[in-house]
Design a binder for this molecule. Structure first.
Ligand code: ADP
Ligand code: MG
Length: 343
C-alpha cells in the first residue's frame, strides 16, 4: 500500500476522463515576442525573412512554429513590473516519483520568476533537503527549519526564512528532521492544514510561493496540496513516467473535493527531454494526447548543466545564464505567470 492509499483508505479507480478542466487563464493572444531572445524550447531556427513592410519577428505568427509538444507555440508576453507585492500564488511541485525534476524545477523556476521582478518564496518540503542543499545550504547548519515551523507553536515563518543569493528569492529550508513531522502531525488537530496555516503570513509579502514536495503521496504532500492554489507536475520524458500520473490526478482531485476547492493542476512539465530519441518524442505525444493543454508548451531538455549547477549550489539561470536550460525555465516562468493571471 503506498502513502496515498494509506492516507485515504481504499482507492477508487482513476477518473475515466483523462482531461481536466483547462486552466483558468489560457494563453493570451499573440503579442510581441520576448526580448529574452530565442528560447531553448523553440526547436526550429527563426523563420527566414519574408518581404513584409515590418520584417520583425513579432510579425511572424507563433502559430506557424510547432513546439516540442507538437502544438503551435504561443507568444508569451513579458508581464509588466509590479509596483507592489502579493497576494502570492502558492504552487506545489508534485510527483510521487523521485528524480523527475521537482527540486530542479523549484530552484530554476523560482530564480526565473525572481528575474521577472517577482518576490518568490521557496519551501523545502522534502526531508531529503535537496532544495536547501541545491541553494548552497549545509543541512547540518540549518537552525530553525520547516519542521520547527510546523510543530512548535512559538516558531513563526520569519524565524525560518533565509535569503538566497538570488535577489527577491527566499527559502524556508528543511533537513532530515522533517521526516519526523509526518508521524507527529498525525496526532495534530487539522493535520492536513498545518502547512497552509504556517505559510499564511507569506501570502501578503510574496508573489509566488513554490513548495518542493517529497516523492510520496503521504501526509506531507497532502499538506502541500492543501496549501496550494495550483500544482505543477514535472514528468521525466520516459515511458514509465506516465504510469503514476492517474493516481496523482486522483489524489489532487480528492484534496480538491475534501480539503481545498481552490486547487487546480497548473500544468504537466516534460523534463529530461531528449529530442534526438523517438522515445522521448513519443512520450511527450502520449502526454499531450491524454492531457491536452494541461501540458506546458515549455519542455526541459536533458543536460548535464543541471547537475553541475546543483554542485555549484546555484540555479541554472545564474550558473549558466545563456544555456538552453536557463532559457527554458525563463519560458516556463512566462507560461506559469500567464496561467496564474500574471501573479
Ligand atoms: P526530484 O526533485 O524530482 O527528485 P531532481 O530535481 O532532484 O528531481 O532531479 C534529479 C536529478 O536529475 C538531479 O541530479 C538533477 O540535477 C538532474 N536533473 C534534473 N533536471 C534535469 C535535466 N533537465 N537534465 C538533466 N538532468 C537533470
Ligand atoms: Mg527533490
Amino acid at each position: 500500500m503506498n502513502g496515498f492509499s494509506a492516507y485515504f483508505g481504499r482507492q477508487r479507480p482513476a477518473a475515466t476522463d483523462p482531461q481536466l478542466a483547462p486552466p483558468a487563464a489560457p494563453f493570451v493572444p499573440p503579442s510581441p515576442p520576448s526580448p529574452l531572445g530565442p528560447l531553448g524550447v523553440v526547436a526550429t531556427p527563426p523563420p527566414a525573412q519574408v518581404p513584409v513592410a515590418e520584417p520583425e519577428v513579432a510579425d511572424l505568427e507563433a502559430g506557424d512554429r510547432l513546439g516540442p509538444t507538437g502544438r503551435p507555440l504561443p507568444h508569451l508576453p513579458i508581464p509588466p513590473p509590479l509596483d507592489k507585492h502579493g497576494p502570492a500564488k502558492v504552487i506545489a511541485l508534485c510527483n510521487q516519483k523521485g528524480g523527475v525534476g521537482k527540486t530542479t524545477t523549484t530552484i530554476s523556476l523560482g530564480a526565473a520568476l525572481a528575474e521577472l521582478g517577482r518576490r518568490v518564496l521557496l519551501v523545502d518540503f522534502d526531508p531529503q533537503g535537496s532544495l536547501s542543499v541545491g541553494l548552497g545550504l549545509n543541512p547540518h547548519e540549518i537552525g530553525l527549519s520547516v519542521y520547527n515551523l510546523l510543530l512548535e507553536r512559538d516558531v513563526v515563518l520569519e524565524d525560518v526564512i533565509c535569503k538566497t543569493n538570488i535577489a527577491g528569492m527566499d527559502l524556508a529550508p528543511s533537513n532530515i528532521d522533517l521526516s519526523a513531522a509526518e508521524v507527529q502531525l498525525v496526532q495534530e488537530v487539522a493535520r492536513e492544514q498545518a502547512l497552509s496555516r504556517v505559510l499564511a503570513p507569506a501570502i501578503a509579502d510574496y508573489d509566488v510561493v513554490l513548495i518542493d514536495c517529497q516523492p510520496s503521496l503521504g501526509l506531507l504532500t497532502i499538506n502541500a496540496l492543501t496549501a496550494a492554489d495550483g500544482v505543477i507536475v514535472p514528468l521525466e520524458c520516459e515511458y514509465f513516467a506516465l504510469r503514476g500520473v492517474a493516481l496523482l490526478k486522483d489524489t489532487i482531485e480528492k484534496v480538491g473535493e475534501r480539503l481545498n476547492p481552490r486547487l487546480e493542476i497548473l500544468g504537466l512539465l516534460g523534463t529530461m527531454f531528449d529530442g534526438r530519441t523517438l522515445h522521448s518524442r513519443e512520450v511527450l505525444k502520449t502526454l499531450v494526447d491524454g492531457w491536452g493543454d494541461d501540458v506546458f508548451h515549455t519542455v526541459i531538455r536533458r543536460t548535464v548543466k543541471f547537475s553541475d549547477s546543483t554542485v555549484a549550489g546555484e540555479p541554472i539561470t545564474t550558473y549558466a545564464p545563456a544555456s538552453p536550460g536557463a532559457q527554458a525555465y525563463r519560458q516556463l516562468a512566462l507560461e506559469v505567470l500567464a496561467r496564474c493571471h500574471a501573479a
